[in-house]
Design a protein. Structure first.
Length: 377
């Protein structure tokens, strides 16, 4: 069982939603942005100190939900400041980028961290294609070829030519090479075709944004597809092939945690992820196809989210019980507890991290080890 600390480095100071995409950057004071990013880095280091196993960030463009247009930049700093935890780039959406450049930047993090890179290869979200003026057509096919190119760049010791459907390079030979011959790969659980692609590469299938209960139900549908594909390919995945990430607030009391979570989730829904919902839905309808229904406008209460497992929220003892319930329903080998979301303050994030390390982590790991020995619990 491994724990992921994940953040998008959200902008915490909006007083009202923009309602359009891209978000006008008049609201982004550069000095304040520096404070938010420095706090984000400090939380990453603190997360390792309290026992998180993966430290992760994603990529966002032109919106206040996340101020990390290139997670490899910040995670390179995290790699240099930490010693144990895996550095999880979750990740660079390859259809938007030069895959050779991604192979190079990922390899640098693996070298800098002495072999701790976890490489996320998402297709990317539709609004980021819009931000870069890139069509989503054939994006899954582009992703598939780009992953193969990155893997080849990591693994081949001599220069090689690449002539594919979407990419052409006369010679590829990256410096430095990664410490790991093939770092751990993480891919999305959103679409059936993407899940099959993940299973064929024995990648971790992850859901990073549990928006509501339907997302968790869809995750289980995707797990079935993954297991079926793996069986056809002749291998049996363990729980370490599956990961989910949920918001988390741990405080001195249940009431205090719920109060903080309610405010942060409301801010996230109104000012961040929900602030350009109509445009996002229009972009997503064809892109996600069979899973587009997951993106409908919905705001669940704290109590509802706790009930279906979409939020860990309470005192340390309550958090332990909620994590156990979540893992019984959705067994995974990597559990993300996103203590930094919405407009939570750095002190609130730090308190959650400290309480997790002191009074949650070991209890969950002990229980998880016992249930592993007793699979029919």
């Amino acid at each position: 069982m491994k724990f992921l600390h994940y953040t998008s480095a959200p902008w915490p100071d909006l007083t009202e939603p923009f309602g359009t995409f891209p978000h006008p950057n008049r609201a982004c004071d550069p000095d304040r942005a520096g404070e938010v990013l420095r706090d984000t880095l400090a939380h990453m280091v603190a997360a390792e100190d309290v026992g998180f196993d993966w430290l992760g960030m994603g990529e966002e463009h032109m919106n206040a939900y996340g101020m990390v247009p290139n997670p490899t930049q910040l995670l390179a700093v995290v790699a240099a400041r930490t010693r144990r935890a895996s550095i999880a780039v979750l990740g660079n959406p390859l259809p938007l980028l030069n895959p050779v450049r991604v192979a190079e930047e990922y390899a640098m993090i693996d070298v800098l961290s002495d072999g701790r890179l976890v490489a996320g290869f998402p297709r990317g979200v539709p609004q980021n294609y819009s931000a870069y003026g890139i069509s989503t057509d054939d994006s899954r096919d582009v992703l598939c070829e780009a992953i193969d190119l990155v893997l080849a760049a990591w693994e081949r010791p001599e220069p090689f030519a690449w002539q594919g459907k979407h990419f052409s390079f006369p010679a590829v030979s990256i410096w430095p090479r990664p410490v790991q011959r093939r770092p751990e790969i993480v891919m999305s659980s959103k679409s059936a075709e993407g899940v099959r692609m993940a299973a064929k590469r024995r990648a971790v299938m992850a859901e990073i944004f549990v928006r509501d209960g339907a997302v968790l139900e869809h995750f289980e549908t995707s797990r079935t597809i993954y297991l079926r594909q793996a069986a056809e390919d002749g291998w049996s995945p363990g729980l370490d092939r599956f990961a989910i990430n949920v918001p988390c607030v741990i405080a001195s009391s249940d009431a205090a945690a719920r109060r903080l979570a309610a405010g942060a989730l409301h801010y996230q829904h109104t000012c961040l992820t929900g602030s350009f919902e109509v445009q996002k839905q229009a972009l997503a309808n064809q892109y996600y196809q069979e899973s587009a229904h997951l993106l409908g406008r919905r705001f669940d209460s704290v109590a509802d989210r706790i009930a279906y497992g979409g939020l860990i929220c309470g005192s340390p003892g309550t958090a332990v019980d909620q994590i156990r319930t979540l893992l019984r329903r959705h067994p995974v080998g990597v559990l993300g507890l996103q203590t930094h979301f919405g407009n939570l303050t750095p002190d609130h994030v730090h308190d959650s991290l400290v309480l997790f390390g002191a009074r949650v982590r070991d209890d969950v790991l002990t229980w998880d080890a016992e249930r592993t020995r007793q699979p029919h619990e």
